[in-house]
Write a protein that binds this ligand. Structure first.
Ligand code: SF4
Length: 354
């Protein structure tokens, strides 16, 4: 019998499964507490759970399916982990330390089919979706690392911005978020979670209709269809009009702000005219929009893209500010390690192939 990871079960399903197997609800709550609050590495460590229940769990579930393959630590405390999945695929997960807490950037797919032309991950096409448990387990592994360091650190924020398009793996990502948010478990509040999409407009609308109250970010990266198609081929399927329409629906439905991510690429999308086009694109919704300007991290794979000069970034920022747009320039983490999304994995996969 193939065992499932126990991290794929939301609390209600764990209760139901254990009740179906003759166990009480109170025992399921204790198991949940051992999993997410006490964070054991083996079922046998659940000392107040009876042996019959432990046997059931051991026979049907596994606790640790991800193995740490390698990791890199930056001078600023950012750590990039490369985890090996049971089928030997590799995924990246990043821990970032901020003044406001510790944030984990999770991966949602092995590879990615969106094909953003500046992204190291996009070179390795999608092999498969991650399961909900594999998404939850990335956070558990990072928390385990912190627990072992014994400094009382706790994951306080999650960004779903690692390799993959989360809305192309919608159901598993939503399931994972429900487990991460559960107040009896990891209890990471929805306001501390951000999911980032490349702009799958129909899923943005579906997400607006869902009960999940987490932050939404959209990778915009260009203010016109012509330019966006050059760097994000997904724009042919979901052009800016469709995205803005879905954003308007989301804003009207949820009344929550949206962040638009904009990577500044030297001489390509970072000029004053682009800033003005961006202002015009969002003029009807700008009250509920934050723009996050992101300095580009050049990667060997895409020598055509370079980082904008500091002055150019500031000039772009000034144009947006002068038009009353809420915007910021993202602080960078881990510049001294393979920090751009997918770089460590892509290097490792190439080494394995070579
Ligand atoms: S930036 Fe994100 S969506 Fe685009 S190719 Fe890379 S991983 Fe995929």
């Amino acid at each position: 019998m193939k065992k499932e990871s126990i991290y794929g079960l939301p609390l209600e399903q764990l209760i139901e499964w254990l009740q179906d197997h003759g166990q009480k609800k109170s025992r399921a709550l204790r198991v949940w507490d051992w999993l997410y609050r006490k964070r054991v590495a083996n079922f046998s460590e659940m000392t107040d759970v009876n042996s019959e229940c432990l046997e059931l769990l051991t026979d049907h579930f596994i606790l640790q399916s991800l193995r740490e393959h390698t990791s890199q630590e930056s001078v600023d405390g950012t750590i990039k982990f490369l985890f090996k999945l049971p089928d030997d695929n590799l995924i990246e997960t990043v821990l970032m330390r901020h003044k406001f807490g510790s944030s984990v950037c999770v991966t949602t797919q092995v590879g990615c089919n969106i094909g953003c032309s500046f992204c190291a991950s996009g070179l390795l096409t999608k092999h498969r979706d991650l399961s909900g448990s594999e998404i939850v387990e990335q956070i558990m592994k990072v928390q385990e690392y912190m627990d072992n360091a014994r400094q009382g650190e706790k994951v306080s924020h999650v960004v779903v911005m690692g390799i993959g398009e989360p809305f192309d793996n919608y159901i598993n990502v939503m399931d994972a978020l429900r487990i991460i948010i559960d107040h009896k478990g990891l209890a990471i509040p929805g306001r501390g979670i951000t999911i980032s999409t490349s702009g799958l407009a129909d899923k943005i609308s579906e997400f607006a209709d869902s009960d999940l109250k987490v932050n939404l970010a959209i990778s915009l990266h260009a203010p016109t269809n012509e330019l966006r198609e050059q760097i994000m081929k997904i724009n042919r399927v979901y052009p800016l009009e469709k995205i803005i329409q879905a954003v308007e629906y989301y804003l009207a439905k949820t009344k929550r702000r949206i962040t638009l991510e904009y990577i500044l690429l030297k001489d390509l999308n970072d000029q004053r005219e682009h800033a003005l086009q961006l202002v015009s694109l969002i003029k009807n919704i700008q009250q509920l929009i934050n723009i996050n300007l992101i300095p580009y991290n050049p990667v060997d794979e895409h020598p055509q893209y370079q980082r904008s000069d500091h002055e150019t970034m500031l000039a772009f920022y000034d144009v947006l500010k002068k038009h009353g747009i809420n915007c910021s320039i993202r602080l960078e983490h881990g510049r001294d390690i393979e920090a751009a999304c997918g770089q460590l994995r892509s290097k490792q996969v190439k080494a394995n192939q070579g």
